[in-house]
Design a protein around this ligand. Structure first.
Ligand code: AGP
Length: 599
C-alpha cells in the first residue's frame, strides 16, 4: 500500500516526483524518498510525511538526473525510519529500487545474499531486491538482465521501479500490485492514475509479469520472455481539478460535500423506462445467489447490498474479504460473487475474488476506478462513478456504493411484479441528491460533536437497513478521531455490550419511518436511556423521539431503503467535527492508508 512513481526528464524531474508523491501520499505516509540518476545515483529519504522530504530537497543543491523514482511508505517490514524508507540501494550504489507489496521469501534471500558478502542497512523486505540486482551486476549482467534475473527470484507481490547509475532508463515490473504508465508529454510510471492526472490524460496498464522500460524517447513493454507487448492507452476520466482541495480545509469535508453531485453522476442514464439499465450485464436469470466480498467501509456497503437482495428474494451474504479468501462458502453454478471495492486494489478483496474465480463463479467488480485490478480480474465491472476520493476515510464513495447497489438489486430482481417498487425507488433516488444537500446545509452535528468530544466511548446502533450505517458511523468515528467507538445491531446491545454503556458514553441511534423496525428500535433506545447514557437520535420525524432523545439529528423522510444514506451523512459530519476539535490529522489518520494492497 505504498505509492511508487518513476519518470524521465531534465530540470523538472524532482518537482515531478514530489508532485506525484503528494498525490500518492494517501497510500501511506510513514516516510518518503526519491532517487535520481545520471552518472551516479543520489538518494534522499526521510521518515514522516512528504513535507520532511520536501524540506530535505530544498536544502540540497545537487539533485540533477535524467531519470528518477520516488516512494511514499506504509510500513510492513520495519518501523517508520530514515533507514527503512525507500529507495533502497545495493552495496555499491549502482541501483536504487522502490517497491510496493511484500517479498515473501525475503528471509531466505537475505541469508543467501549475506553469505555472498552483502551488507544490509534496513529491516525491510524490499532491500533484498537491489542487492539481488547488484549480485547479477557483479556477475557481468547488463542492468536490464540483472533487473529481470532478480525479479525471477522474488516470491510475493510487488510493483517495482528501479534506476541504475549511468543508465537513462527507468525499469519497472509488477505482480499482484498495480502499476500504470502515463503517456503524454513525458512518460511516467506510478502505482495508480491519481499520481498522473496533472501530467497526462492517457494511461497504459502494465500486467503481471510484464516489464516496462521508460526513457526520454518513450517506452517499451515486454513480457517475461522479452517479447514486445503492443498496448493501447486508456483515457483518464478524472481531471486535476477534481483532485484539488479547493477552499476546504480537508479533503474529507470536501468529499462529504461532493455527495450530491457524486450521486447525480451515479444515477445518470441508468434508468430505461421502468427498469434499471446498468453498464454491467450480470444475467439475472442465471443468478440464484450472491456473495458480496469487501473490507472496511466497503464491507458495510456489502452488508447493505446483501440485506437488500434478501428483501427482494435473492439469497445473499456479505463476507469480510479476508475471511472469505481463507474459508470460502460453497460456490454453485448460479453464484454471483461481487467484489465491493472503491479502489479496486484492496489485496484482501482481490484474494477473495481470485478464490471465487478459481471456483468458476461469475465475478463482478463494483468499484470507482476504471482499469483497476479488480475490473481486469473480474468477469464484469460496475462503476460507482464517484470521482477521485483522496481522504483516507471513505465518505462519498460509500454513498455511491449504496446507490449503485440499489440500482444493481433493482436490475437483478426486475420482473413485472416489481415495476411499482422500481418506480417508487427511482423517484426517491432522484430526490436523494437534494436531500443530502439539505442535511449538509442544516446539520447540527458540529454542536453535538462539541458536547461529546471528551466522551470515553461512542456506541452506534441501528436495526435492519440501519445496521450497516451503525457500523459505518462507528468506523468513521474511530478511524479519524482515535476515540473508542463501536457499532451494534440495536437488538444485540442487551446481549452484552449494554454493560459498557454509562453516562459517559453517548449512544447514537437512527430511527426512521414508523414501522415495526422503528418501534423496536425505540424500545432499544429507551433501554439505553434507562442506563443514563446520553442518547443522540437521527430521525426523519416520523416516530416520536423527543421524550427520550437528548439530542436530535434530523433527516428528511425518504424511502426506507435510502434513509441510511442520509443518516450516514450526519454520522460523517459528527466524526469530522469531533476529529477537528481534537486536532487530528483528518485526511491522513495514524497507522492507516487508503489503498490497502497487502493481506
Ligand atoms: C474507510 O474509511 C477506509 N478507507 C477503509 O475501511 C476502506 O473502505 C477499505 O480499506 C476498503 O477499501 P476499498 O473500498 O478500496 O477496497
Amino acid at each position: 500500500m505504498c505509492g511508487i512513481i518513476g519518470c524521465t526528464g531534465g530540470t523538472d524531474l524532482v518537482p515531478t516526483l514530489l508532485n506525484g508523491l503528494a498525490k500518492l501520499e494517501y497510500r501511506g505516509y510513514d516516510s518518503a524518498g526519491l532517487a535520481v540518476s545520471n552518472s551516479r545515483i543520489h538518494v534522499l529519504k526521510r521518515e514522516g510525511e512528504l513535507d520532511e522530504l520536501v524540506g530535505a530537497v530544498r536544502d540540497e543543491n545537487d539533485l540533477g538526473g535524467t531519470v528518477g523514482i520516488g516512494h511514499t511508505r506504509w510500513s510492513t517490514h520495519g518501523k517508520p525510519s530514515d533507514e527503512n524508507a525507500h529507495p533502497h540501494t545495493d552495496c555499491e550504489n549502482r541501483v536504487a529500487v522502490v517497491h510496493n507489496g511484500i517479498i515473501e521469501n525475503n528471509h531466505s534471500l537475505r541469508d543467501e545474499l549475506h553469505g555472498l558478502g552483502h551488507e544490509f542497512e534496513s529491516e525491510t523486505d524490499t532491500e533484498v531486491i537491489p542487492h539481488l540486482i547488484g549480485n547479477y551486476l557483479d556477475r557481468g549482467a547488463t542492468p536490464k538482465e540483472a533487473f529481470r534475473l532478480a525479479v525471477e527470484k522474488l516470491e510475493g507481490s510487488y510493483a517495482i521501479a528501479a534506476v541504475f547509475e549511468s543508465c537513462d532508463e527507468v525499469m519497472a515490473t509488477r505482480k499482484d500490485s498495480s502499476l500504470v504508465l502515463g503517456v503524454g508529454d513525458g512518460v511516467y510510471i506510478a502505482s495508480d492514475v491519481t499520481a498522473l492526472v496533472e501530467r497526462t490524460d492517457t494511461v497504459v496498464h502494465l500486467h503481471d509479469g510484464e516489464f516496462a522500460y521508460l526513457s526520454e524517447d518513450g517506452y517499451t513493454i515486454v513480457d517475461e520472455s522479452g517479447n514486445p507487448q503492443p498496448k493501447t492507452g486508456t483515457a483518464i476520466e478524472w481531471d486535476a481539478e477534481a483532485m484539488a482541495k479547493g477552499h476546504h480545509d480537508h479533503y474529507m469535508i470536501k468529499e462529504i460535500y461532493e455527495q450530491s453531485s457524486a450521486l447525480r453522476e451515479c444515477l445518470r442514464d441508468r434508468f430505461a423506462g421502468n427498469f434499471v439499465s446498468l453498464d454491467a450485464a450480470a444475467d439475472h436469470r442465471a443468478v440464484d445467489s450472491v456473495h458480496l466480498v469487501a473490507c472496511g467501509t466497503s464491507y458495510h456497503a456489502a452488508l447493505y447490498g446483501a440485506k437488500l437482495l434478501c428483501e427482494r428474494g435473492i439469497p445473499a451474504q456479505a463476507h469480510l474479504a479476508s475471511e472469505y479468501a481463507m474459508s470460502p462458502p460453497p460456490i454453485r453454478d448460479g453464484t454471483l460473487v461481487v467484489g465491493v471495492t472503491q479502489s479496486g486494489e484492496t489485496a484482501d478483496t482481490l484474494s477473495a475474488l481470485r478464490v471465487a474465480n478459481e471456483r468458476d463463479a461469475y465475478t463482478l467488480a463494483l468499484t470507482n476506478v476504471i482499469g483497476s485490478t479488480a475490473t481486469r480480474e473480474c468477469d464484469d465491472a460496475l462503476y460507482i462513478r464517484s470521482g477521485p476520493e483522496i481522504s483516507v476515510a471513505a465518505t462519498k464513495t460509500f454513498a455511491s456504493q449504496l446507490v449503485t447497489l440499489v440500482l444493481f438489486v433493482l436490475q437483478l430482481s426486475a420482473d413485472e411484479s416489481s415495476r411499482d417498487e422500481t418506480r417508487r425507488l427511482a423517484s426517491a433516488l432522484t430526490e436523494l441528491p437534494e436531500q443530502i444537500q439539505a442535511v449538509l446545509d442544516t446539520s447540527n452535528a458540529e454542536a453535538i460533536a462539541h458536547r461529546f468530544v471528551d466522551s470515553s466511548g461512542n456506541f452506534f446502533i441501528g436495526r435492519g437497513m440501519q445496521y450497516p450505517v451503525a457500523l459505518e458511523g462507528a468506523l468513521k468515528m474511530k478511524e479519524i478521531t482515535y476515540q473508542h467507538a463501536e457499532g451494534f445491531a440495536a437488538g444485540e446491545l442487551k446481549h452484552g455490550p449494554l454493560a459498557l454503556v454509562t453516562e459517559e458514553t453517548p449512544v447514537f441511534v437512527s430511527i426512521v419511518g414508523d414501522d415495526e423496525i422503528a418501534r423496536k428500535t425505540v424500545s432499544n433506545a429507551k433501554e439505553v436511556k434507562a442506563r443514563d447514557a446520553p442518547l443522540v437520535v437521527v430521525t426523519d420525524g416520523q416516530s416520536s423521539v423527543e421524550e427520550f432523545a437528548d439530542e436530535i439529528l434530523s433527516i428528511p423522510p425518504t424511502n426506507p431503503t435510502l434513509a441510511p444514506i442520509l443518516v450516514n451523512v450526519q454520522y460523517q459530519l459528527l466524526a469530522y467535527h469531533t476529529a477537528r476539535l481534537l486536532g487530528r490529522d483528518i485526511d491522513k489518520p495514524r497507522n492507516l492508508a487508503k489503498s490497502v494492497t497487502v493481506e
